[in-house]
Design a protein around this ligand. Structure first.
Ligand code: ZN
Length: 249
């Protein structure tokens, strides 16, 4: 009997040693988090796009932080729970598979699901940092202040006092961990792309660096991507819904 698409995916996971999972906003919409870059996504709102930039933060820190609070420090994010698209890679990892996850999401749901090898290409909303002394903060501790500032003190007792940046990548900033992602993709034997339409560079280009002769590429997404024609398997649908069939307790 022929395997169904999801059974085929499960079989390839079984047969693979180095699995790279590339995820985007499409896997978190089912956890109630809006997709920024989709047709009706938040980033369509030009004002928000401008106000979540480094330039705006430098010029209008109070307005920036208010906007951050109103957009990201909300129940939608803070109470979000992982769905099968997050839980499945975590389950594979528990079973001994080497799963490296590179995500464009800032919600931390992969870690909440139990995955331990997660690289957040766009950072995350749970932390903040000082651009001057690089001191890191838990967002929870600093968000209560109108304009969060660095409290690091030097040996002479001077406080740094610089205005903090959120841990997520802002417009005008470059993504994190690209080298690690590039390297992982070059050495994988299965590349699983989920919930991203691969429309934003440089992430969109990453899959092109897979070992074409040996690695399988699987795309699970609601909308078509420019790489569908090259993929070994394309599963169209809501990612969490599709993958829930593979989830076992
Ligand atoms: Zn500082």
């Amino acid at each position: 009997m022929a395997l169904s698409d999801t059974e085929q995916l499960a079989q390839w996971v079984e047969d693979s040693q180095h699995i790279v999972v590339l995820t985007g906003a499409g896997i978190s919409t089912e956890s109630g988090i809006a997709d920024f870059r989709s047709e009706d996504g938040l980033w369509r709102d030009e004002t928000l796009m401008t106000s979540m930039s480094e330039g705006f933060l430098k010029m209008f820190p109070r307005e920036f932080w208010q906007q951050f609070r109103d957009t990201f420090w909300v129940p939608e994010y803070l109470n979000a729970k992982p769905n099968p698209a997050h839980l499945l890679p975590a389950m594979w990892e528990r079973r001994g598979k080497n799963i490296q996850i590179f995500t464009q999401n800032v919600d931390g749901l992969h870690q909440l699901a139990g995955s331990t090898k997660v690289w957040e290409l766009h950072g995350n909303i749970r932390s903040a940092y000082c651009p001057r002394c690089r001191e890191r903060y838990s967002m929870e501790d600093v968000i209560v202040r109108d304009v969060p500032r660095c409290s690091w003190m030097n040996i002479k007792g001077d406080i740094c006092d610089s205005i903090l940046y959120p841990g997520m990548v802002l417009f005008e900033q470059s993504i994190h961990h690209y080298i690690e992602a590039f390297d992982a993709v070059r050495h994988c034997d299965l590349l699983l792309i989920m919930g991203t339409s691969l429309s934003v560079d440089p992430v969109a280009d990453l899959p092109n660096h897979r070992p074409h002769n040996t690695a399988k590429m699987v795309i699970v997404n609601l909308a078509p991507t420019y790489l569908d024609g090259e993929a070994d398997l394309v599963i169209r649908g809501r990612v969490g819904e599709v993958l829930s069939q593979l989830l076992e307790p």
